[in-house]
Design a protein around this ligand. Structure first.
Ligand code: SAM
Ligand code: F3S
Length: 442
């Protein structure tokens, strides 16, 4: 099926990674090319998220707009993938009969044949099964687009936090074999990639075999750091439950590991953490951070928080605020709890009003934003090594790059610096970015 495709991605970096693979598949197997807008496309793919209700609403409102497009051009194909597709399956076609194909995160490699079958047989095709590792085997070779790349090292989640749909939509934890991960990273490095972000719902749950010996995530990191050309390693998301001393030690031993960790805490109250089934206490979380900071004093800490979990009272929320104030996060996401169908927490009684939840969110966000701003201000005057990504989002005559602690810096410089490291002196702070001046280019 030649023609043009347009992919809209909702949600997390996992979905971004999957969308890049879908684009590769459609180009390689179906001979298609990318379109700039849905109006120009012969196929529109929505790669969806269902982690909170809002994300789900956005998908159905997009499907409403696509319905009109399909009425004008009945030959337009519409495919829905990702977590909402996995959760709802055939119900998506019942609710939106103009959808041609529904596929899950584990069946995206089957998209070209599902589209073919839809064309040949006439009926909408739904495949949201979990053939596990088959997905990794059937995907096109990675193609670098710049100096930074995402690399999936594991899929799914077996933690079953009581609020979360991910174990149901993406299936249980499956690690990608060591050889494949290293081969992908080496291939990317060969194409000029200098920074990799290892991806998974819980990267530190990765288990594999290296030289026929069982190996864990800390060991994998040591091998990734050895790949020639890889100067920076990031990872997301990790989970406090398997944040071992070996992993903490890797932060002391591996300079390529960036000084930034995204470690979701969700709550500072042990009562709430237990009800969430997170598997750690606030004290254990504090202990991880204390040891990480000993290993890496300049560590920049990011987190996720949920407020208004069923049964969270004022004292529980104060414990969350106290934990945030004490540990000093410098970039975080806070969400109001959103009941997800089929998850145990959705059955729990919830007496907190929406207004109270909103007030808690605003109080927490005020603290987190102040902490992020203070961390940015502390960088003013320092020299930071930045990997240049390309023109800045706002001004095409400026460049944007990322510091080791994952802050975007905009600066004036020659376009030829793209995909290279430069040293920038930080000169100012904007709302979500920094400004800098070139001190030295490699
Ligand atoms: N694997 C990660 C971890 O270890 O926690 C989280 C993955 S989840 C897709 C991303 C974030 O969404 C979570 O950390 C949590 O804060 C938030 N989240 C998940 N389910 C939620 C829900 N039902 N309501 C509100 N926020 C939720
Ligand atoms: Fe969700 Fe908890 Fe896994 S937040 S992705 S069930 S670690």
């Amino acid at each position: 099926m030649a023609g043009k495709f347009f992919i809209r991605t909702f949600g997390c970096q996992m979905n971004e990674y999957d969308s890049a693979k879908i684009a590769g598949l459609l180009a390689e197997r179906s001979g298609m090319t990318g379109a700039d807008t849905p109006q120009d496309a012969d196929l529109v793919v929505l790669n969806t998220c269902s982690v909170r209700e809002k994300a789900q609403h956005k998908v159905f409102s997009d499907l409403g707009l696509l319905k009109r497009l399909k009425q004008q051009r009945p030959e337009l194909m519409i495919a829905v993938g990702g977590c909402l597709a996995s959760q709802e399956g055939g119900a998506i076609v019942t609710r939106a009969p103009h959808v041609d194909v529904v596929f899950g995160p584990q069946t995206l490699h089957r998209l070209p044949e599902l589209l073919e079958r839809r064309r040949a047989g006439g009926r909408p095709q739904v495949d949201v099964s979990f053939p596990e590792i088959e997905k990794f085997d059937r995907l096109p070779e990675p193609k670098a687009s710049g100096a930074s790349a995402l690399v999936s090292i594991m899929e799914g989640c077996s933690k079953y936090c009581s609020f979360c749909v991910v174990p149901y939509t993406r299936g249980r934890e499956v690690s990608r074999p060591f050889d494949e991960v290293i081969a992908e990273i080496a291939a990317l490095a060969g194409q000029g990639v200098k920074e990799v972000t290892l991806l998974g719902q819980n990267v530190n749950a990765w288990r594999g075999e290296i030289d026929r010996e069982p190996a864990d995530y800390a060991e994998l990191l040591r091998y990734v750091a050895e790949v020639e050309g890889i100067e920076r390693i990031r990872y997301t998301t990790s989970h406090p439950r398997e944040f071992t001393q070996r992993l903490i030690d890797a932060h002391a031993d591996l300079p390529a590991l960036c000084s930034q960790v995204h470690l979701p805490v969700q709550s500072g109250s042990d009562r709430v953490l237990a009800a969430m089934k997170r598997g750690y206490s606030a004290l254990e979380y504090r202990s991880i951070i204390r040891r990480l900071r000993r290993a890496r004093p300049e560590l920049s800490l990011h987190s996720d928080f949920i407020v208004g979990f069923p049964g969270e009272n004022a004292a529980d929320f104060e414990a969350t605020l106290a934990l945030a104030a004490e540990l000093g996060f410098d970039g975080s996401y806070a969400f109001i709890y959103s009941p997800r169908p089929g998850t145990p927490a959705a059955e729990l009684p919830d007496n907190t009003t929406a207004a109270e939840k909103l007030e808690r969110l605003q109080r927490l966000n005020r603290l987190l934003e102040a902490q992020a701003l203070a961390a940015s201000q502390a960088m003013v005057g320092t020299v930071q090594r930045v990997l240049v990504e390309g023109p800045s989002a706002r001004r095409r005559d400026e460049l944007a790059g990322r510091t080791a602690n994952n802050r975007v810096v905009n600066f004036r410089g020659h376009a030829a610096l793209a995909n290279r490291f430069v040293e920038l002196r930080i000169t100012g702070v904007r709302s979500h970015t920094l400004r800098g001046e070139i001190e030295r280019a490699d």
